[in-house]
Design a protein around this ligand. Structure first.
Ligand SMILES: [Zn+2]
Ligand SMILES: [Zn+2]
Length: 220
């Protein structure tokens, strides 16, 4: 236990109220990504589709992506607090939100998206690793730490989709041979570029099917 954990009371990451990492009211206020969603990329829509406006015409290395909540202002505050604070118990809360909404994937193992090496060292376990570990406990699946970044990721903010993709492709590698069916775990799905780069690296290492599960998803 760190000294700060002893000195400071636990507060809700979203509203600051003393107590659990996410209070009941803020948890209820997060927008669930219930079906119907796009079969491939998980974008919500008025009815189920195999491809949607967001993913049609894009070559994506993953077979499907699913998320628990919409990445809105409240979700952003929670994710930011989680990444910056490295608080204990938050990954378990995030995993319980995912398990509530996303069916267990039919895969051999969960693979955390790779963190920025320097930031991960400074903060201990990365948020994708913590989420994958908590999900693995709920779903009874192993975690395989297979991916590494080959270089720090340049800032993605403000880039168009095609530029994001170029930015990320080739920035992730698999460390060894991958089993056939895997599920990548990350905190947020924004453009899908990171998920695509990670899935491409896993498929190059031998995976035949890669699914993606994230806590939150940006919705256009
Ligand atoms: Zn709250
Ligand atoms: Zn789609």
């Amino acid at each position: 236990m760190r000294l700060l954990d002893v000195l400071l009371p636990d507060r809700c990451l979203a509203c600051g109220r003393v107590g659990a990492p996410l209070c009941d009211r803020c948890r209820a206020g997060l927008v669930r990504l219930a079906p119907p969603v796009c079969e491939l990329c998980g974008a919500p829509g008025p009815w189920p589709v195999r491809r949607c406006a967001e993913c049609s015409g894009r070559r994506l290395a993953f077979a499907r992506a699913r998320a628990a909540i919409v990445y809105d202002e409240r979700a952003r505050t929670v994710v930011r607090g989680w990444k910056e604070g490295g608080r204990r118990g938050v990954a378990e809360v995030a995993a319980s939100l995912v398990v509530d909404v996303v069916p267990k994937p039919e895969v051999d193992a969960l693979v955390p998206a790779p963190g920025d090496p320097e930031r991960t060292l400074a903060r201990g376990r990365s948020s994708p690793t913590a989420l994958a570990t908590a999900l693995a406990a709920s779903w009874g699946l192993p975690v395989l730490d297979l991916l590494r970044r080959t270089r720090p990721l340049p800032p993605q903010r403000g880039l168009a989709l095609a530029e994001r993709r170029r930015n990320v492709r080739g920035s992730v590698v698999a460390l060894r041979a991958a089993p056939e069916r895997l599920c990548l775990v990350d905190d947020v799905y924004t453009s899908g570029a990171t998920a695509d780069a990670c899935a491409a690296a896993l498929r190059q290492a031998g995976a035949r099917r890669v699914e993606v599960v994230t806590l939150a998803r940006a919705v256009r």
